[in-house]
Design a protein around this ligand. Structure first.
Ligand code: NDP
Length: 434
């Protein structure tokens, strides 16, 4: 905190990890001798730069650009790029820190990184997005590469933006390599990558529900967000017999008591991905409730699936969920629950999976995309989906192994942190003081 003041999200993420690994850490005095924790809490390096671009009216705009290369003990830096007005160094450092342990959990050889800009794609034309992305890449391209640092999408960065980034990178670096994941199918993208985070979260949820002898059939689910993660979360819940009654965007949420079915989901996908509209329009089209400026957590449900952004579910929301009979919370977003909310879930002993474990499916399939690019082959959707399922199952097992408490309750936060941390720590130990 002394070294990095004014970085609340970063402190929050670090404190969450450190408070859960203490017991395991203390069993390894060799870690302390080499100041391992301090080395893990300071990113390997951070690039910060100005992005200058011209809008459609001919005005010159500036934005900040960043890439945080947090840790590459187990593989090249890997993590998404976020374009959102709220982006700052604290948020990107928390995301890069989390990414390091998440990537370790996947068992694939990937280090942790994250980047982005305070550029907001909202209301921008295609041409403006392209000009901004090209200006952003003019600086970023020299810091990344297929064996160095492999970015992907995140909030505000989907197929369109990854395509523009890849095109500019290819031109500047004069090479065609798998330096980005989440690419279009035609130029090296993996099948199932768009679906992976949402599907993976539901595969993880199913493993958790299995420990209670139940599944998704007939369960009422609350989803927040209506972007990439939310859309494929809803798709998988529908497929497995659950009912999703909410989704949201940064303006508010919709509540559809009949459930979002396949046809309504197609509409959401079109609305959000093609027209870049607002979720309010869903309520207008289907005549259901829309609540401006609020989160969906007050609605009655069996399962909550936060899939929008960090700190979107606080202590009061958590108490409401528990009081309403919610039995499981599985995070598609990164750090959506505040520390107070997590405590409420754990005190109530309901199933609670942190994003680090539950949303690791996205980066896992990114890892599989890297492999396919390296061997210059592409796998079928079934093959990738099977691999994704088995990775999520393994992550669940690792959480149970390291997180089961004396009374049998699985503390998935502890399990994920300890399992993720131990691998990175051991790799750092083996590589000497660097
Ligand atoms: P998208 O940009 O596709 O969607 C984000 C959604 O969240 C949109 O509905 C957006 O609303 C909403 N949102 C964003 N910021 C806020 C905010 N400050 N307050 C309220 N709502 C907000 O992003 P993704 O679906 O890719 O990402 C969602 C979450 O999942 C993020 O936490 C991300 O880090 C995490 N994640 C994503 C992965 C991926 O593969 N894409 C992998 C692992 C984690 P609006 O339309 O109004 O902006």
């Amino acid at each position: 905190k002394r070294r990095f003041p004014n970085e609340p999200e970063y402190h929050q993420a670090v404190e969450e990890v450190l408070s859960t690994i203490e017991e395991e850490y203390n069993k390894h005095p060799e870690f302390d001798k080499v100041n391992l924790i301090e080395r893990l809490c300071i990113p390997d390096r951070v690039y910060q730069f100005r992005v200058t671009w011209m809008d459609d009216k001919g005005n010159i705009q500036t934005n900040m650009g960043y890439r945080v290369q947090h840790n590459n003990a187990i593989g090249p830096y890997k993590g998404g790029i976020r374009f959102h007005a709220s982006v700052n160094l604290s948020i990107l450092k928390f995301l890069a820190f989390e990414q390091t342990f998440k990537n370790s959990l996947t068992t694939l050889p990937m280090g942790g990184g994250k980047g982005g800009s305070d550029f907001s794609p909202r209301g921008k034309s295609n041409a403006e997005v392209m000009r901004f992305v090209q200006a952003f890449m003019l600086e970023l391209w020299r810091h990344i590469g297929p064996e160095t640092d492999v970015p992907a999408g995140d909030i505000g960065v989907g197929g369109r933006e990854v395509g523009f980034m890849f095109g500019m990178y290819k031109k500047l670096a004069h090479e065609f390599t798998g330096t980005f994941t989440g690419k279009g199918r035609e130029f090296g993208g993996s099948l199932i990558r768009p679906e992976a985070t949402g599907y993976g979260n539901i595969y993880f949820l199913m493993e958790m529900l299995k420990t209670k002898g139940t599944d998704l059939k007939g369960k009422v689910c609350l989803v927040s967000g209506s972007g990439n993660v939310a859309q494929y979360t809803i798709e998988k819940v529908i497929e497995l017999g659950g009912k999703v009654v909410t989704c949201s965007d940064s303006d508010g949420y919709i509540y559809d008591p009949d459930g979002i079915d396949r046809e309504k989901l197609d509409y959401i996908m079109e609305l959000k991905n093609l027209y870049r509209g607002r979720i309010r329009e869903y309520a207008e089209k289907y005549g259901c409730k829309y609540v401006e400026g609020a989160k969906p957590w007050g609605e009655k449900c069996d399962i909550a699936l936060p899939s929008a952004t960090q700190n979107e579910l606080n202590g009061d929301h958590a108490r409401q969920l528990v009081a309403n009979g919610c039995i499981a919370v599985s995070e598609g977003a990164n750090m959506p629950s505040t520390p107070e909310a997590i405590k409420v879930f754990q005190d109530a002993k309901i199933l609670y999976a942190p994003g680090k474990a539950a949303n690791a499916g996205g980066v896992s399939v990114s890892g599989l995309e890297m492999t396919q690019n390296s061997i210059k082959l592409s796998w079928s959707a079934e093959e990738v989906d099977e691999k994704l399922k088995s990775i999520m199952k393994n992550i669940h097992e690792a959480c149970v192994q390291y997180g089961t408490e004396a009374d049998g309750y699985v503390n998935y936060v502890k399990g994920a942190n300890v399992a993720g941390f131990m691998k990175v720590a051991k790799a750092m130990m083996a590589q000497g003081i660097v």
